[in-house]
Design a protein around this ligand. Structure first.
Ligand code: FA5
Length: 332
């Protein structure tokens, strides 16, 4: 065999090392090991040799072929790794653009209102109480002086829960049932606020949602008068809204307060928005809460917390608060 295999391997090795990409390497593979390659041609020539030389030359050709395959494979691994690095580099995303430090979320405007009100009333000496969102008929209506079948129950479009006796269990329609729960568990004097989520089958519009929030206040002490109620509401309005906002009380009716009033706030455009109801706690309610109306008197009020947020921030439509549009909510 005239072929100088060592020289051929040395040349091939240099070519393989220079192959710039996988395509070039594929072409080299065909050139060095394919049908027309030097080693394949040489193998064809083996038949002309005598058996001893044929065996020896065949074995050298096999070694050369294996060496070439090894070199090609080594370079292929190198090139593949390089190409992956290039691809990853091209696909790399600049996550610093997210600027996580500054774009951290913040509390929803309703939660902010809730916490602000808690701070305000706690500052005035009130405690904070909570009650269940799924209530029994007694706490939501009966104990609050709504007799069974009384038309006043229609003031609320109540969502009943399919549990226990029919119409015995409901999603609370207001936070007033927590008044009863507080009277049941605490001794007067009571100065308490009760924020929470409430439910009515109201159709959503600019001032109504089927799920909304209220904040209730209950004061029970000796010799509490309507003047104390009016004074507290005035103090609250100034502290919460600041100067420039005015409020008014309108005579109203709630079965659980007597006398009762509605509390409105004047918007900057001059229109009035009803924020809540209030009144002196009805003697029947004190009795239902286990208190003697001869000894104790008190007032209560309940405001729409979402509407408070609306007023404070000059938002036109309650529904905007719950669309979860980040661009809108991030303003507050
Ligand atoms: C009540 O719920 C009484 N429990 C309030 C009360 C408490 C009176 C203590 C006396 C003593 P009313 O149904 O008016 O009352 O609701 C109170 C406030 O909740 C309303 O003034 C309004 O601000 C808010 N509100 C009522 N319905 C909705 C609704 N669908 N979406 C958003 N806010 C509402």
């Amino acid at each position: 065999m005239d072929l100088d295999l060592d020289q051929h391997l040395a040349d091939a090795s240099a070519l393989i090392a220079e192959a710039a990409d996988l395509d070039a390497l594929g072409a080299l593979d065909t050139e060095l090991l394919g049908r027309k390659s030097v080693v394949t041609e040489a193998r064809r020539g083996l038949g002309d040799l005598d058996p001893d030389r044929r065996r020896e030359a065949g074995s050298r050709l096999n070694d050369a072929r294996a060496a070439l395959e090894g070199l090609l494979e080594g370079r292929r691994v190198e090139l593949e790794a390089g190409e992956r690095t290039v691809r990853l580099e091209a696909e790399r995303m600049d996550l610093t653009e997210l600027d996580r430090g500054r774009r951290l979320g913040h509390r929803h405007v309703v939660t902010q209102t809730w916490e602000r009100l808690e701070d305000l009333f706690v500052g005035m000496g009130y405690t904070v109480a909570e009650g269940p969102e799924i209530e029994d008929e007694w706490h939501n209506f009966g104990a609050l002086n709504f007799p069974p079948g009384h038309p006043a129950r229609d003031m609320y479009d109540t969502l009943y829960v399919d549990y226990g006796d029919p119409l015995s269990t409901l999603l609370r329609t207001h936070t007033s049932p927590v008044q009863i729960r507080v009277m049941e568990t605490e001794e007067p004097p009571i100065y308490s606020i009760m924020p929470g989520r409430v439910f009515r089958s109201d159709t959503a519009d600019a001032t109504h949602m089927p799920v909304f929030h209220q904040i209730e206040a209950l004061v029970i002490d000796r010799d509490i008068t309507f003047g104390d109620l009016a004074g507290t509401l005035e103090a609250f309005t100034t502290a919460y809204f600041g100067a420039g906002f005015t409020s008014r009380l309108r005579p109203s009716y709630f079965p659980f307060t007597e006398p009762s009033a509605e509390f409105d706030i004047r918007r900057p455009d001059g229109s009035w928005l009803e924020l809540g109801g209030c009144g002196m706690v009805h003697p029947n309610v004190l009795r239902a809460g286990g208190l003697d109306p001869e000894e104790w008197s008190g007032f209560a009020f309940g405001f729409g917390l979402d509407r408070l947020a609306l007023m404070r921030h000059g938002i036109d439509d309650l529904r905007e608060l719950f669309r979860n549009d980040h661009r809108f909510l991030s303003q507050f």
